[in-house]
Design a protein around this ligand. Structure first.
Ligand code: PLP
Length: 380
């Protein structure tokens, strides 16, 4: 594979994604990238590695190609691919030391919160939680021990919006790093690094892959610094890298990211408008009535995404609604082409702060009219 010389007018991000950076395989001219599944790499005649390719656990050519595409979209100095979103999170958090404090929202992806609670219980890493619905709560949660502020925006599954630029300013003044979980708002809509974050994290299992057929994670770093290098080294030692085949599927998914996200956003907004004011509360940052709408409009420039939640009066009414839906598959995960519904309380358990009657919808790219009819038919 060879990169073309940089064009004087750099194409827009959506074009770079569609063309997977425009790399044409030089031998055959294949426009679909070849796939490198090699677990090891032969050295040259001088017994030197060729272009640093040594062993599959450091990453092969397809992994590097996918990393290059995402780095280009995220505006990152370094992008690393992982075997899952959680593998990326766990590897980054291996750099925390006893006595460090992590600040995070009290409602967020439950796997990240569980891991932070595990680190607090077993490694002496303090956890300070803030309320993403309260604008001053983040600043109050930060202390002189804070080394990492981890935010997720919009917040899964209640979809409060956190101001990334304000969080970045706070992190800078505290001497901490800001990491943003951009899983539901990937670079086609939200430029976390451009807004001042140090690290953009993505579960690429979701919108980046986009077809519910791969599990992958991404860390994009604003700087190629000690932290990025240490985390990259840990990825190799912990064996957390993505496989070549999944990296190839990810490149294919990224080619339609902008198109899919735009369509999912249009569908979700149409659903939100159709259901607002009815028997359930609609949580969606795209609605002008949403408390975080103006921040979302400023920092989600490519659409508000396909994630929205409906809050029904009770657990039982939510469960009955799921059973009546025909087009929304009752499955966990999000960001795929097909629509999914999830009764979050069932997944998160009784200790979770998520309302009993909350149904999380991952709106896909089907026809909006069909999805609205399915929901209208299923709701009490
Ligand atoms: N962050 C968010 C917002 C998620 O929704 C998920 C998975 O659902 C993760 C992180 C973890 O990613 P993965 O399932 O790829 O390990």
């Amino acid at each position: 594979m060879s990169a073309k010389p940089p064009a004087s007018n750099r194409p827009n991000p959506a074009t770079r994604a569609v063309q997977a950076l425009g790399r044409i395989e030089p031998r055959t001219g294949a426009v679909a990238p070849p796939i490198d599944l090699s677990a090891t790499y032969a050295r040259d005649d001088a017994y030197l590695p060729r272009q640093d390719y040594i062993y599959g656990r450091d990453g092969g050519d397809t992994v590097r190609h996918a990393q290059d595409v995402i780095a280009s979209l995220d505006g990152a100095a370094v992008t690393q691919l992982y075997a899952s979103g959680m593998a990326a999170i766990v590897t980054l958090m291996e750099t925390l030391r006893p006595g460090d404090q992590v600040v995070a929202p009290k409602v967020m992806y439950h796997g990240t919160l569980s891991w932070l609670r595990h680190l607090e219980a077993t490694r002496g890493i303090a956890l300070s939680l803030f309320d993403p619905a309260e604008p001053d709560s983040l600043a109050q949660a930060v202390s002189d021990k804070t080394t990492l502020i981890w935010i997720e925006t919009p917040v899964n599954p209640t979809w409060e919006v956190i101001d990334i630029a304000a969080a970045a300013a706070l992190a800078r003044s505290a001497g901490a790093r800001l990491a943003v979980d951009c899983t539901t708002a990937p670079p086609c809509t939200q430029d976390a690094l451009g807004l001042g974050a140090d690290i953009a994290f993505h579960s690429a299992t979701k919108y980046m892959g986009g077809h519910s057929d791969l599990v992958a994670g991404v860390l994009s770093f604003a700087q190629d610094d000690d932290l990025a290098r240490t985390v990259g080294g840990l990825r190799t030692l912990m064996g957390n890298i993505l496989g070549g085949f999944e990296a190839w599927l990810l490149i294919r998914g990224l080619r339609t990211l902008y198109l899919r996200y735009e369509r999912a956003s249009t569908n979700a907004l149409a659903i939100a408008y159709a259901l607002e004011g009815g028997r359930c509360q609609v949580l969606y940052p795209g609605l002008p009535s949403h408390p975080g709408h103006s921040i979302a409009a400023a920092q989600m420039t490519g659409g508000f995404g396909g994630m929205l939640s409906l809050v029904l009066p009770s657990f039982d009414e939510a469960a009955a609604t799921v059973s009546r839906l025909a087009l929304f598959a009752p499955a966990t995960s999000l960001g795929g082409v097909e629509s999914l519904v999830e009764h979050r309380k069932v997944i998160e358990g009784s200790g979770s702060p998520v309302p009993d009657g909350l149904l999380r919808l991952s709106v896909g790219i089907e026809t909006a009219e069909d999805l609205i009819a399915d929901l209208t038919n299923a709701l009490p």
